[in-house]
Design a protein around this ligand. Structure first.
Ligand SMILES: C[S@@+](CC[C@H](N)C(=O)[O-])C[C@H]1O[C@@H](n2cnc3c(N)ncnc32)[C@H](O)[C@@H]1O
Length: 257
């Protein structure tokens, strides 16, 4: 039987979760670092009794939503004090679309390292979609979003000065993440690009009863692109890999160095 995919509509998250859920151990711990509202976790926890889930979400509003969505599940949601305390020894850390919102990135990396078990894997995913905008003269309806994104990107530096780090977002250039990985004491086990723009748009048009089939086709296509057609090119948008131009999501699998 083919395993069910979660986070359909986002190939990067669906692929990482497929890998985590394929773990055959009878019990293992997953830490969702910057969990937001918790995505598909309630459904996953019902279907996968082996998972011991720990979440942390620093934004008070999202933390409230997360707690209410996870109420009645076995997930443990860390308070700020619990997050700052000793290691939770996670077998997997997943952190989806978080890094580009983090103001103090070295601290974020240090904390990830502290919470990762000695043999654990940290799936560090970051996204560039927020920073890409095209203002199409023939598609005026899209302008509002385009202008808002542009303003948000340009004003990124302002939010921390106004004590609003929660509004911060900034593009993460590949060289910066490589430096952070190194300084935090991680080694890269794998590195890939996901979320081909046209597939992401198409996914929104696919009926629910075909969503799983579509996701499998999407993941297989991106596997081939990463394996066979990844090429070093002229740097653009902070990265010199050709796939980055069309696939705005990158995921590093990190282990203790
Ligand atoms: C775009 S949301 C992604 C949420 C969730 N991971 C998802 O995929 O739906 C970015 C999240 O990063 C969180 N965040 C920002 N800075 C963080 C930090 N230093 N440590 C952990 N999470 C952080 C935000 O509060 C927000 O929930």
């Amino acid at each position: 039987m083919t395993a069910r995919l979660y986070w359909v509509g986002n190939a990067a998250k669906a692929r990482v979760m497929a890998e985590v859920l394929a773990d055959a151990r009878s019990a293992y711990r997953v830490f969702d670092y910057g969990a937001g509202r918790g995505g598909d976790w309630p459904e996953i926890l019902s279907a996968h009794p082996a998972i011991d889930l720990v979440c942390y979400e620093p934004d008070p509003e999202s933390d409230r939503d997360l707690r209410s969505r996870m109420a009645g599940t076995r997930a443990r949601i860390l308070s700020e004090a619990e997050f700052q305390a000793a290691s939770i020894e996670a077998d997997y850390i997943v952190s989806f679309s978080v890094l580009e919102h983090v103001f103090d990135k070295p601290a974020y990396m240090r904390d990830a390292r502290r919470h990762l078990a000695p043999t654990g894997v940290f799936h560090l995913n970051y996204d560039d979609g927020h920073f890409r905008t095209s203002l199409d003269l023939d598609e005026l309806r899209g302008w509002r979003t385009g202008l808002a994104v542009t303003a948000q990107n340009r004003l990124a530096w302002l939010w921390p000065r106004l004590n609003r780090v929660d509004r911060y977002q900034a593009r993460v250039p590949a060289a910066e993440i490589m430096r952070l990985v190194d300084e935090a004491g991680f080694a890269i086990a794998s590195d890939r690009y996901d979320n081909l723009g046209s597939f992401k748009s198409l996914a929104k048009t696919v009926p629910a009863d075909q969503a799983q089939e579509f996701m499998r086709f999407w993941l297989a296509t991106e596997d081939e692109l990463n394996k066979r057609f990844r090429i070093t090119a002229e740097p653009r948008m902070g990265d010199d890999v050709n796939l980055w131009r069309e696939m705005a999501s990158r995921t590093l699998a990190l282990r203790h160095a």
